[in-house]
Design a protein. Sequence first.
Length: 369
Amino acid sequence: MLRIHAAELLVVRLPLKFRFETSFGVQTEKVVPLLVLHGDGVQGLSEGTMEFAPMYREETIVGALHLLREVFLPRLLGQTFANPEALHDALGSFRGNRMARAMVEMAAWDLWARMLNVPLGTLLGGRRNSVEVGVSLGIQPDEAATVDVVRRHVEQGYRRIKLKIRPGWDVQPVRAVREAFPDIRLTVDANSAYTLADTGRLRALDEYGLTYIEQPLAWDDLVDHATLQGRLRTPLCLDESVASAQDARKGLALDAGRVINVKVARVGGHAEARRVHDLAQAFGAPVWCGGMLESGVGRAHNIHLSTLPGFTLPGDTSSASRYWETDVVNEPLEAHDGLMPVPTGPGIGVTLNRDFVERIAEVQEEFHP
Ligand code: OSB
Ligand code: MG
């Protein structure tokens, strides 16, 4: 049984080691909300991946903090649940806000796995001890800088390079990178910056052997993606517009995309992420695990999810040291030759660096029944 005795909310601000530019803006730091659920002698950890401003999807950090403090945690504290799914069901009457609900659900999975003394990946049904990873590279000032940053990451062994693109910065970087590296697995991510009026521009990308084009059209669209897919040879990959297994089913049934980027928090947690994975497998569609510039807590969750067998394309969960001078967890999460080892301890297999986190915390609150 899963008994929730207490909870802690911590919010830290981490400077990013690189400037991350996408079609929706520039990021130089990350605000990371962390949740600790206290059970019987063990603690479960999770990280919120909603952002300061609703640029990727609609959820925000202040919105999530409000829901956790005033709505979700009061429903869970002092209660006992049969398993993480039963705990998640206790929040089932609430609409949307999947990233906020996922914070509770993911911490419950970590807590449950630690209680059972098994790695989370094993509990979810995964069987790998390392997962293949690539990198997501932000928009660079010019083509030379793009080729340069790609070269550095290819040399580190990353198994796929993803370039962020936007209208006016798409064919040029892709052509430059493809000329320099004819054989690498290459993809692009537009974060919803295009419309069907740009079909010609996107069709020009068909020449460069991309594994997929990620989320070219609106964040909440499936229908226009299906129209676009009918006009392109390159597979589309859905990210923003899949918030559930039902969305995945509709997207694949419509041929709105042929690949799915699974982000565990975007779909509301591990149980729903596994349903997206299972559904995609039934359609014969590959999935891969996306990232949201996570700290070590969210990164460890992503690694465990990626051990499921349908994750057949490299994910975005690259080495933590690429992002942070100091991480919030004690264990290094480092890929070698494009393979990220799965932490072997119980649960997500990482522990909070309390000294560091409490020293920099902008929010530190405790909750009791
Ligand atoms: O679209 O996959 C995305 C980061 C923030 C928001 C959206 C996305 C991303 C990334 C970075 O691509 C992936 C990572 O390195 O964690
Ligand atoms: Mg994306």
